[in-house]
Every structure is written in C-alpha cells, then in structure tokens.
Design a protein around this ligand. Structure first.
Ligand code: PMP
Length: 292
C-alpha cells in the first residue's frame, strides 16, 4: 500500500486538508534528523482504543524531544473529528509531530513543531493465524542511558528498521532484540511476553517502549491473579518457554510459532484467555488503561 495515496482528509498543521495536499518539503528537519514523535492508535467500531494513553504518550514524547506539546483536549477533539469525517469504522490513527524546514543541522531553535493526524482503514498487522517466526537481531535495543527510549520517536526506530530488513531476508516475520547486557528486550515494534508453568514473563522497561498494550496485558493478569514476572531475563529463559507472544497496538496479542529453530505452542490456554479479555477492552473506548 502506498500511504501517500490514501483518500479523505488529514489534519495538517491546524487544518483538515485533502490527503493528497498533506505534503512537506524535502528539506524538512525531521526527514533529515529523524526528529519526529508519533503514535499508532487502533480504531475499533469507530472508537479509538486507549486514546488518552496514546495522546498523553505523544505529549510526553514531544516534551522529551523538545517539540511543542499540543493540548490534550485539542488532540482528542481533532482525532475524533478526523475519524468521523473519514467515516472510519475499523482503522488506525497516526498522529505525528515533526519540525519544520527552518534548520538543516541539529540546531532547532528556529523550527516550528507541526502536528499531523492521519487515519486509514486497517485490519490486522500479521495476517498469520499460525503464529509468526522471529530471528534475533544482531543490533541491541537502545537503552534509556543512551537514548530517551520512552519517547516514541522516529530516531529510536533505526535499528528496528534494519533488523526487520534482515529478518525479512531470512524469511522471518520479525526479530527479537536483546538489550545491551543480553537480556530480552522486545521485537522491532512490539513488546514480548512468554509463558512457563502457567506463569507469564516479560522484560523491564529500561530498554523497551513501555507499550500501552503491554500495560493492558499486565493489568489483565493482575486482575485475574495470573502471575506476571517483570524482570531482566536472558535468552535461554525465553527459549525454554512453552509459549511466546508479542503485544502492540497494531499486533494486539500475536503468538510466536518459532524463534530461530525453537518451537512454541501457539494454542496455549493463557494466550487464548488474554486475547479474549483484550477483545472485551475494545469496547471500553476512551477510558485510560489505568481505569481498566
Ligand atoms: N515497542 C515498540 C518499539 C513499538 O514501536 C511499539 C508500538 N508502539 C510497542 C513496543 C508496543 O507499544 P503499544 O502497545 O503502545 O502499541
């Protein structure tokens, strides 16, 4: 799909414009210096799931990266208006904040922050119901000491992008990324969980994006008294798991069939339970994850 060809309206720098006119100059600061921050939000039955969490994360990312923070109520209003104008029932919202073309160096003093919100109809990320296959990236995930990893910023995705290119070359769907100390971090754009003896495990947040889906899954576990261990774990802990799954706004809860030659059970009852509970959340609409 060529996203530059989507139809309908895009919110572009304070106006709703025809998608074909939502353009920026090639000498845009964020294109050259990866200085944008963005979000991905799913729309289920016209309602954006965890909208406030995503928009608050966008505002936090903007603050961390020195971009001007848009007001939360304007973000909410314009996102909902855009979904309505474009008649989106099930889809994806992509708000992005980037810098204007007033600098071609890391200096940003004269740059304006521009907010764009786009929306499009969308189904599933991985169309594979039989689980997906991961390899292991040769690049470690950035950690919060060397990059503000809690900002969902374009700059943080570079190792994800090249790792994913390598995974696809090897006929894998995605890759597992380790942190600088060899602990499990996450995949190129999802958090990771695994199951052993009916207990669930996932990584700490120092080298991952603390996903909103991850938080929702942890809350589902807590609410249902399922033990969820959050810690630093080495690769061998994960590779000896019964089942492994990814979480993310786009991927939702995605079972993993294989990591390299290690096979996992994609039909684990706990995964099925979490998926069922996650489905229920889709009707929660505008509430924050905290309120679940
Ligand atoms: N990690 C990374 C690197 C991501 O890009 C994403 C997708 N935003 C996630 C984790 C999952 O986050 P969320 O559940 O908030 O979509």
């Amino acid at each position: 799909m060529d996203f530059s060809k989507i139809k309908g309206k895009i919110y572009f720098d304070n106006k709703f414009v025809d998608a074909k006119n939502a353009k920026i100059h090639v000498l845009n600061h964020s294109l050259h210096f990866a200085s944008s921050v963005f979000e991905g939000i799913r729309v289920y039955n016209t309602k954006p799931l965890f909208l406030i969490d995503h928009l608050e994360r966008l505002r936090t990312s903007a603050k961390i990266m020195g971009l001007k923070q848009p007001k939360l109520q304007n973000l909410v209003k314009n996102t909902n208006k855009l979904i309505k104008i474009n008649k989106i029932k099930d889809g994806y919202v992509r708000p992005i904040l980037f810098r204007s073309s007033h600098s071609m160096s890391p200096e940003t003093e004269n740059c304006k922050s521009i907010l764009v919100i786009a929306v499009w109809k969308w189904g599933t990320l991985f169309s594979n119901n039989n689980g997906i296959k991961l390899d292991i990236s040769k690049f470690p995930k950035l950690n919060s000491k060397i990059y503000p990893i809690q900002a969902k910023s374009s700059g943080s995705y570079q190792t994800s992008v090249i790792s994913r290119i390598n995974s696809r070359k090897g006929n894998y769907d995605d890759c597992l990324m380790l942190d600088l100390n060899g602990n499990i971090a996450e995949s190129s754009a999802c958090n990771i969980f695994w199951i052993k003896n009916s207990k669930i495990y996932t990584s700490k947040i120092h080298s991952i994006l603390n996903g909103i889906t991850r938080k929702a899954v942890i809350r589902i576990c807590k609410k249902n008294k399922i033990k969820c261990n959050i810690n630093d774990f080495k690769l061998k802990h994960l590779l000896s798991a019964e089942s492994v799954f990814l979480t993310g706004t786009a991927a939702e809860i995605q079972p993993i069939r294989k990591i390299l030659n290690y096979k996992f059970n994609i039909n684990n009852h706990l995964i099925a339970f979490l998926k069922k509970e996650y489905e229920k959340l889709k009707t929660v609409g505008l509430k924050k994850t905290k309120d679940i």
